[in-house]
Ligand binder design. Structure first.
Ligand code: ZN
Length: 334
């Protein structure tokens, strides 16, 4: 970390941070909409929650929606109290530029029902002393929001973040961090992907007793598909049992190697040290009918198309790792 950032952090006296405790983070906030059935229904659909308590004329809102009724939406609330922003700006200025939400605690005092109007206040409840975590060193900031329905206390919502200076991850990022403060992380990511920088290895596959046979096949340049001995259903990826009949006995079929792109994404961001974006990650439908996630090679990533014919090949990634990939059999212009 730079001498400037170091000095800035040292100058950030903890008493100055403690002074924010008890200051308002939001005053006399009003929920955008009263508690209502459509938002409850969307929430339950997203959560897969089919509890009948959240439906019908006597419905209540799921208690965990407490915060949802206070949220401002994309456009935000006008006239927010400034103390929270001031605190974050102070931490930013001292080099604690990263943020991660760490946890949330809620307490429910009464059920919320459609028609309840929501008001709330929030205070900065605590700012922790400097803590060192795996992510980096920084301060935990806890806000407490008191939520009311029709003016009556309905619950509290405590939300905690860590504002931190990212830990230096390796020698490349350490070098970059010396030359810049706020841009340190960006610079490190860039230099890690630059030609000639020492390359990170690709992540290793997790080989266990349920999939060891697949990797043994890869070592012999065979892509092996499991076949249920009970109902002969093919399955991929490898699993201990058959999804159709539950059978535990299986053998394997060697894929002929022909396939088509069933779907794909082109990865641009976030950067991973062992990969050079952009690259295509395909869901390949094999001629045998099962699908496998793999890279599509031999064609520019922006030319990959659904339905494109591909053929299996094996590529050596590094001294220890060989992987099945799929080579495009046309140039994608068709
Ligand atoms: Zn079966």
């Amino acid at each position: 970390m730079s001498a400037v950032a170091e000095a800035g952090r040292a100058a950030l006296a903890y008493e100055g941070l403690k002074a924010f405790e008890g200051l308002a983070a939001a005053s006399a906030g009003e929920g955008r909409d009263p508690v209502n059935a459509p938002m409850i229904r969307h929430w339950c659909e997203a959560m897969g929650d089919t509890d009948p308590a959240y439906e019908g004329p006597d419905a209540i809102a799921p208690p965990t929606m407490l915060q949802a009724w206070t949220m401002a939406g994309l456009s935000g609330y006008a006239g927010r109290a400034g103390a929270y922003d001031d605190l974050l700006a102070l931490l930013d200025g001292a080099g604690y530029t990263s943020v991660v939400a760490t946890d949330c605690e809620q307490e429910y005092l009464r059920p919320l029902r459609p028609g309840d109007t929501i008001t709330f206040d929030a205070v900065i409840e605590s700012v922790s002393p400097l803590k060192t975590t795996k992510l980096g060193t920084g301060h935990f900031v806890t806000t407490r929001m008191d939520v009311r329905a029709g003016g009556e206390p309905a619950g509290t919502h405590r939300f905690r973040i860590l504002k931190y200076a990212p830990a230096e991850r390796d020698s490349v990022s350490a070098k970059s961090a010396k030359s810049a403060d706020k841009s340190a992380e960006k610079t490190a990511d860039k230099s890690a992907g630059a030609p000639g920088a020492s390359r990170k290895l690709r992540p290793r596959p997790v080989v266990n007793r349920d999939n060891a046979g697949f990797w043994a096949g890869v070592a012999e340049h065979q892509l092996l598909i499991q076949r249920c001995r009970g109902c002969e259903t093919l399955r991929f990826p490898w699993l201990p049992g058959c999804n159709v009949c539950g059978g535990l006995q299986w053998d394997t079929v060697r894929a002929c190697g022909e396939g088509t792109v069933f779907s794909y994404v082109v990865m641009h961001h976030p950067p991973f040290p062992a990969f050079d974006p952009p690259y295509a990650v395909g869901l390949i439908e094999l001629a045998e009918g099962v699908r496998i996630v793999s890279n599509v090679v031999g064609v520019s990533s922006d030319k990959v198309r659904i339905g494109m014919p591909v053929r299996l090949e094996f590529t050596r990634v590094d001294a220890e790792l060989e992987l099945p990939v799929f080579r495009a059999l046309e140039d994608g212009e068709a």
